[in-house]
Ligand binder design. Structure first.
Ligand code: LUO
Ligand code: ZN
Length: 530
């Protein structure tokens, strides 16, 4: 099969791509996208040696290493206006032709109907709001774009300065250079749900994760070589993306909560170490390569993942598959010294736990746990399996069990990710999940609903089996519920006050208007003083 080789640079790094002469255009584009380690929504630009931008296609002229093409992952400079048109073009929206078609339609209808019907008026409003949204880049950091928020009132999210979804080589190297010495005090603190992840750099978190495997004796029991554990955690770090919520820090929080629950419930005396190894490793891997778009988006947008997994928990299947891609490599396979039957048991357990984090299965798993609780028996495998799924679910959504100053930033990150997704859904004309819509959500009421109807029922069931969790997990969540309920009431009061002051201003204006009319009338009716 005849092929074509193209030489190009990505951020100064020389690369070469080879593809068959009859390669489909999309495959060539994907080839360049993966060379640039760009995400599905990043924008790519290819320049020829003369510096002109050219189309990425199979018909590109073959070249030599001395006359390279130049490939750029575009993080559009937000000061470039009209930015919206460029982004719309990149997303396949032709905004101007949309507007032209609409103007033509409106003209025809005006001639026939003599007026602009509501539907056309509504469409105009939508197109205007699209243009407005496209041109206000602030919340479109998502496309690998960024806006320097260092100046002004914005508190820069820790993620705005990242230019691409995937981790760069430099970020990964930085994480390797750390040999944090962990004191006995930190080791104890690490076992509690009050642990504050925001105080620790990613490189230090890598060491804390190793401490968890060590302090649960996994290194000794499962004969895990320290350098293999480090390589495993390094690969995990590399495969979590730079997104506001489902990132490496979230992986650490879930793992640290799982670790805390193991100690708080004294699970080592009730379950064997293999099950504990499954739980901890599932927590580490449970959101690998999450791109910040949930299953509903994957299915509605008919993404590659939805296609590959037939709409069945596409994300969770992908997280699990990436975990075993890492574990397939000898240098990062922490289970490589185990007999095959034990490896199979661990693999089965991790698949069960990671797939259980899909909230679609929430009620099914919770109801199964409720039904076995009265006769729960640690010697029955089916009972242990459900408990392991409950524990990873609890760990996954447990931010509100942490101190408020740790938990609240997580809600901001989550809402940022949700809003990014709903913005994209609006742009792509996909169904928008109500609690993700920035125009519909208010932070406290979404959280009070979540705590009341999702979090507390789940945590209370678990506390029925482990009463010590009442104090350590449930009480902080009840405090969080009070905090957001108060915030909800304050917001409500503010809304009422604002409405009242607007009404007062309006009635004052009307009164003024009436008064001035009355004055001017009395002026005209008064006899002339001259
Ligand atoms: C529950 C959940 C699902 C996907 C991604 C994140 C979350 N988490 C949260 N959602 N994880 C922690 C939290 C949290 O503290 N609050 C919320 N809040 C709202 C937005 C919510 O209602 N989320 C939610 C609820 C139910 C659901 O499926 C049944 C999915 C998301
Ligand atoms: Zn998660």
């Amino acid at each position: 099969m005849a092929t074509k080789i193209l030489y190009f640079t990505v951020n100064g790094r020389p690369e070469q791509a080879e593809f068959p002469l009859d390669c489909p255009a999309q495959d060539v584009k994907d080839l360049f996208r993966s060379a640039a380690e760009a995400g599905p929504h990043d924008i790519l630009k290819l320049y020829n040696p003369k510096g002109n931008i050219i189309n990425i296609s199979p018909s590109l002229e073959p070249n030599s290493p001395s006359s390279c093409y130049k490939l750029e992952v575009v993080a559009a400079d937000c000061n470039n206006e009209p930015f919206g048109a460029e982004l719309a073009g990149a997303l396949g929206f032709d905004l101007s032709s949309m507007e032209k078609r609409l103007q033509g339609l409106e003209k025809n209808i005006l001639i026939e109907a003599g007026e602009t019907p509501a539907a056309v008026y509504e469409m105009k409003k939508q197109v205007d709001s699209f243009r407005e949204k496209l041109e206000s880049v602030e919340h479109l950091s998502w496309l690998g774009l960024f806006k320097d928020l260092s100046e002004g009132t914005h508190k820069p999210s820790p993620f705005y300065h990242k230019r691409t979804l995937r981790k760069t080589k430099k970020e990964c190297e930085h994480v390797r250079e750390n040999s944090l010495e962990v004191s006995e005090e930190v080791r104890q603190y690490l076992k509690t749900p009050t642990f504050d992840n925001w105080q620790w750099e990613d490189a230090e978190i890598m060491v804390l994760l190793q401490v968890m495997y060590t302090d649960l004796d996994f290194i000794a029991i499962f004969n895990i070589e320290p350098e293999v554990l480090q390589q495993f955690l390094f690969e995990v770090y590399r495969r979590y993306n730079n997104i506001p919520f489902h990132n490496f820090k979230h992986c650490f929080c879930v793992t640290q909560m799982m670790y805390g629950l193991i100690w708080l419930t004294d699970l080592r005396s009730k379950m064997d170490s293999t099950d504990l190894l499954i739980m901890l490793t599932s927590a580490v891997c449970h959101d690998l390569d999450h791109t910040g778009y949930n299953n509903a988006y994957q299915i509605n947008a008919r993404t590659e993942l939805a296609l590959r997994y037939n709409d069945i928990s596409p994300l969770e299947n992908h997280h699990c598959a990436v975990a075993f891609e890492i574990l397939e490599k000898k240098e990062s396979n922490i289970f490589r010294n185990l007999p095959m039957d034990q490896y199979k048991r661990i693999r089965e357990g991790i698949i069960k736990c990671v797939l259980a984090t899909d909230m679609t299965s929430h009620n099914e798993i919770l109801n199964k746990f409720k039904s076995i609780l009265p006769t729960f028996d640690f010697t029955i495998k089916d009972h242990r399996d459900v408990l392991m799924m409950i524990l990873i679910k609890v760990s996954d959504i447990s931010n509100e069990a942490r101190p408020m100053e740790v938990a609240e930033p997580w809600l901001d990150c989550l809402l940022q990710e949700f809003y990014n997704q709903s913005d994209m859904e609006k742009l792509e004309g996909l169904p928008v999940t109500p609690f993700m819509d920035r125009d519909k959500v208010n932070k406290p009421s979404s959280q009070t609903g979540f705590i009341r109807f999702v979090l507390l029922p789940l945590f209370i069931e678990l506390a029925n089996l482990f009463p010590s969790l009442e104090q350590h997990i449930i009480n902080p969540v009840r405090k969080a519920l009070d905090y957001y309920t108060e915030m909800e009431k304050a917001l409500e009061r503010e809304k009422v006050n604002r409405a009242q002051s607007e009404n007062a201003a309006k009635s004052k204006e009307t009164a003024m208007g009436t008064q001035s009319t009355a004055d001017s009338q009395s002026e005209t009716s008064k006899p002339d003083p001259q």
